[in-house]
Design a binder for this molecule. Structure first.
Ligand code: ADP
Ligand code: MG
Length: 351
C-alpha cells in the first residue's frame, strides 16, 4: 500500500497573513467604527460626526475635532504596532487611553481603502493621505503617495471605503446593510452615553437628517432617555459604588424596579464582563415581572495594574483582578440603591 507523501510546507504570503489577522479583529463595520471612535476620543475630541453608506460596507467616515495627527506621522500611522499611546511594556499597566498597541488602523488598512485627512493646531493646513496594507499609496495610480496639503479644520477625518473588498466570504456573511447600520448606531449610542462631554452625530450618506444626534453639553440621563427611549426619563437611579481594597469604583444609572423594558440593555465600560452583566440582570429578575427588563449603564474604573490588558483584541470580554468580589460589591450596591428607592417611594405615598 502506498503511503501519502506530505506536501511541502510553505510560508504564507505576508499580505495573506495580515488579511487573515485583520479579519479576526474586524468582523463587521461596527467593530471598525468602535476602533475609530476610540481613537477620536483618545485624541480629546469634543465632536464626532459619522457618515455611513450601505451599513458601513461601502463607506464609514468619522470626523473629529481632536488633536490631529502630525504630518510626519502620517507615513507610518497605518503600520502595525505604531502608536502614540505606549512606549514601554511597563506603560501597559498605567495606560489610560482606549487603544494601546497600534493595531486598529493597520488591521483596517488590510481589508479596506483608508483615507486620512488630519490637521494639528500648529499647522496652517491639513494633510491628506491614502493607505493600503499599512502603507501610503497614491490617490491616483502613478502619483506620488506622500501626504498632500489641503484645507481642513483641526482634527482628523478617517474614511474607510469598501470594507472586506478582499475578503469575499466575510462580505457574503454581511448581507443586510440595515442590520449592520443598527449595530453601528448601537455602538455610537453606548459611547455617547459614556462620553457626555462629546457631541455625537450619525447619519446615512444621502440623507439630510442625522439618525442620532447628541449635544456635547447634555447630561448622561438626558442622553440615555434620548437614545434609549423617552419613557426612561425620570426612571433612572444613580448607582455609585467603590472599594479601595478591591481597587475599583463604579458609577452609572440603572432603572428602578417598578419600571421595565422589553429587553435588557447593559452598557458597561471599561469593557464587557459577562459575569457582571449576569449578576446585574440577576438582581432584577427577582423584582421585575417575567419577560421584562431593566436598563443599566455602568462605568467601572479599575486600578490599571489590576486589569489584564494583554488580552487579544478579539476577546470581547476583559479580565481583571478580584472580578468576583467586585461583581459582588456592585450587586450589593445595586440592591441597596433599588431598595432605597422603594423606601422613598413608599414614604412619598405615605406623606
Ligand atoms: P492605537 O490607538 O492602539 O495607538 P491605532 O492603530 O488605533 O492604534 O492608531 C494608531 C495611532 O494613530 C494612534 O496612536 C494615534 O497616534 C493616531 N491616531 C489614530 N486616529 C487618530 C485620531 N482620530 N486623532 C488623532 N490621532 C489618531
Ligand atoms: Mg486605536
Amino acid at each position: 500500500p502506498s503511503v501519502v507523501k506530505p506536501k511541502p510546507i510553505r510560508r504564507l504570503d505576508e499580505t495573506v497573513v495580515n488579511r487573515i489577522a485583520a479579519g479576526e479583529i474586524i468582523l463587521r463595520p461596527a467593530n471598525a467604527l468602535k476602533e475609530l471612535l476610540e481613537n477620536s476620543l483618545d485624541a480629546g475630541t469634543k465632536t464626532i460626526q459619522i457618515l455611513v453608506k450601505d451599513g458601513g460596507l461601502k463607506l464609514l467616515q468619522i470626523q473629529d475635532s481632536g488633536h490631529g495627527i502630525r504630518k510626519d506621522d502620517l507615513a507610518i500611522v497605518c503600520e502595525r504596532f505604531t502608536t502614540s499611546k505606549l512606549r514601554t511594556f511597563e506603560d501597559l499597566s498605567s495606560i489610560q487611553t482606549f487603544g494601546f498597541r497600534g493595531e486598529a488602523l493597520a488591521s483596517i488598512s488590510h481589508i479596506a481603502h483608508i483615507t486620512i485627512t488630519s490637521r494639528t493646531a500648529d499647522s496652517n493646513c491639513a494633510f491628506r493621505a491614502c493607505y493600503a496594507d499599512g502603507k501610503l499609496i497614491p490617490a491616483k495610480p502613478g502619483a506620488n503617495p506622500d501626504p498632500k496639503p489641503c484645507a481642513g479644520n483641526v482634527g482628523t477625518q478617517i474614511t474607510v471605503e469598501d470594507l472586506f473588498f478582499n475578503v469575499p466570504f466575510r462580505r457574503q456573511a454581511l448581507r443586510n446593510p440595515n442590520d449592520e447600520y443598527n449595530r453601528i448606531l448601537d455602538v455610537v449610542s453606548k459611547y455617547a452615553v459614556h462620553n457626555s462631554g462629546v457631541g455625537f452625530s450619525c447619519r446615512k450618506q444621502g440623507s439630510a437628517a442625522a439618525d442620532l444626534h447628541t449635544a456635547s453639553n447634555a447630561a448622561p440621563v438626558d442622553i440615555i432617555s434620548q437614545l434609549y427611549g423617552s419613557t426612561i426619563k425620570g426612571q433612572l437611579l444613580k448607582l455609585i459604588c467603590q472599594d479601595q481594597n478591591l481597587g475599583f469604583s463604579a458609577k452609572g444609572y440603572v432603572t428602578h424596579a417598578n419600571f421595565s423594558l422589553k429587553r435588557f440593555t447593559f452598557i458597561l465600560f471599561i469593557n464587557n464582563s459577562l459575569a457582571l452583566k449576569k449578576a446585574v440582570e440577576g438582581v432584577y429578575t427577582t423584582m421585575l415581572p417575567k419577560g421584562s427588563h431593566p436598563f443599566a449603564y455602568l462605568a467601572l474604573t479599575i486600578n490599571p495594574e489590576n486589569v489584564d490588558v494583554n488580552v487579544h483584541p478579539t476577546k470581547r470580554e476583559v479580565h481583571f483582578l478580584h472580578e468576583e468580589d467586585i461583581t459582588a460589591a456592585v450587586v450589593e450596591a445595586l440592591q441597596a440603591t433599588l431598595a432605597n428607592c422603594n423606601e422613598s417611594r413608599t414614604y412619598q405615598v405615605q406623606s
